[in-house]
Design a protein around this ligand. Structure first.
Ligand SMILES: [Ca+2]
Ligand SMILES: [Ca+2]
Ligand SMILES: [Ca+2]
Ligand SMILES: [Zn+2]
Length: 473
């Protein structure tokens, strides 16, 4: 059994954010003058990814699951500005961005100094058109490390191109640039830091590589996670937020990265020559617009993606309070598709704490299943961030069979599971064991199980990948 990286005893660290929208006079919601809703959606996605409640987290490929981690950092749009006035945490400035590239422009010289809020107490994020960048390519964001001299200066923060900023339901090119730049802002280098195999990022659990994944391959993770390219003898951990990869491939940070970011905010970064961003987190509640009622489902132990046990399962749910009001009660719903169990959890859970909730014993039926848990009405109130209220596990249950067990693969019905045998695509690529009609084995029988090693390409049927036939014994 693996530790639950989504759960950790670490306290939830809060960071106030101000988003500066730089525009040319367009109406709000038009062009680079992004709507409040789009900004809020991006901050929500940032919070899902920094609390490991994003839906992709549990899909992190098996070889990286043991090191994926949870920063446990909550970003909140400011509710008071540096002068003490109420605010939405979103400012709008009509200012012209000039220049020819991401390094030759007026962003650091004019835009930032004219608009920045006290950088020791607010994480400043500027959303604007970066010169030379388009919706398809270019430098889509940049940020400074927490280095002495840069931290607290009038350029301290992150810049994101407005075409690469938003959330699900909006039409940006990606909503994962802010996560990457926030990683830099909190001290994370790229995994390929140094551009060779001799220097690395100073973090033990990120594989040492010599270039971004995008320099080796254009991956697509819309239909599973392919094998990553290899450099310096290591497979690229392309699902990591600090890599460059197609945006639908990101799932997680590592625990080593989470530790560095937390250390920067708690004032004890080691191994890096960083200053500490302690004032950012200290007393953040007084500057922050945090949800009052918000539960998050951070993990689910029990229903795995392949099950071969005849015993019933006792699933355990990890429920975290992300609302400022201590959580006294919440409704929990459980379904495997054949009905809904309803529970009322009651207790007293402070902001940021996690409760382990035992769910009703579950005996899966043979075949594929989808097991879903969701919550509603924390303290009887609507949940203010519904995106983290559901957790779902899909898989296949094989009823154990007695010995001796036989399967001749003659009938197409074996695939899947005439007798409980089914193909399992371990590597998630395009090729699996299949039924081959009319192909006998040494003249015996009329069908076979066949794996086509010669079809496909290095991308969709790569060397070195594994596929399994699962039997019920
Ligand atoms: Ca490393
Ligand atoms: Ca919620
Ligand atoms: Ca395969
Ligand atoms: Zn970067």
């Amino acid at each position: 059994s693996q530790p639950n990286p989504a759960e950790s005893a670490d306290t939830l660290i809060t960071v106030p954010v101000v988003v500066h929208i730089i525009h040319n006079g367009e109406p709000i919601g038009t062009g680079q003058n992004l709507s409040d809703e789009q900004v809020i959606a991006q901050i929500e996605q940032l919070n899902l990814d920094f609390s490991s409640t994003n839906p992709e987290f549990s899909a992190t490929p098996a070889q990286w699951k043991p090191v994926r981690g949870t920063p446990k950092i909550e970003f909140c749009l400011a509710r008071v500005d540096p002068q003490g006035n109420p605010t939405t945490g979103i400012t709008r400035h009509q200012l012209q961005v000039t220049g020819t590239s991401w390094t030759n422009n007026n962003i650091n010289s004019e835009i930032k100094p004219q608009t920045i809020w006290d950088p020791l107490h607010y994480y400043n994020v500027w959303v604007l058109p970066i010169p030379g960048t388009t919706a398809d390519s270019g430098v889509v964001g940049f940020a400074n490390y927490p280095l002495p001299g840069q931290m607290g200066s009038n350029t301290d923060g992150a810049v994101i191109d407005y075409r690469w900023f938003g959330g699900p339901g909006f039409s940006q090119s990606s909503y994962r640039v802010l996560q990457h730049e926030t990683g830099h802002y909190l001290g994370l280098p790229h995994p390929w830091d140094g551009d060779n195999c001799y220097d690395d990022d100073g973090i033990d659990d990120t594989p040492n590589v010599d270039a971004p994944t995008s320099a080796y391959a254009t991956l697509d993770c819309s239909d599973g996670y392919p094998q990553g390219p290899v450099s310096c003898g290591n497979e690229h951990m392309y699902v990591n937020h600090m890599d460059y990869v197609t945006h639908n491939c990101y799932t997680s940070f590592t625990q080593g990265q989470a530790n560095v970011m937390r250390a920067v905010l708690q004032g004890t970064p080691s191994g890096f020559n960083y200053a500490a961003r302690t004032e950012l987190a200290a007393g953040a509640w007084s500057r922050c617009n945090l949800p009052t009622h918000n539960t998050a489902l951070v993990d689910l132990d029990g229903p795995a993606d392949r099950l071969c046990s005849a015993d019933s399962i006792a699933p355990v749910l990890y429920l975290r309070n992300h609302g400022t009001d201590p959580l006294d009660s919440v409704r929990i719903y459980v379904s495997d598709g054949s009905g809904i169990d309803t529970l009322l959890w009651q207790g007293n859970l402070p902001y940021g704490d996690t409760a382990l909730v035992g769910l009703p014993a579950w005996l899966p039926q043979p075949g594929s299943f989808t097991y879903t848990v969701w919550t509603a009405l924390p303290d009887g109130q609507p949940d203010e961030r519904p995106a983290d209220d559901t957790i779902q596990v899909s898989g296949t249950y094989v009823a154990p069979a007695p010995l001796p067990f036989a399967e001749d693969f003659d009938s197409p019905a074996w695939n899947p599971t005439e007798n409980g045998v089914f193909p399992f695509n371990i590597s998630g690529d395009d090729f699996v064991w299949q039924y081959a009609a009319g192909v006998s084995a040494w003249g015996q029988g009329s069908g076979s199980a066949m794996f086509d090693n010669f079809a496909g390409t290095q991308t969709n049927n790569p060397y070195g990948t594994a596929d399994a036939l699962i039997t019920p014994v």
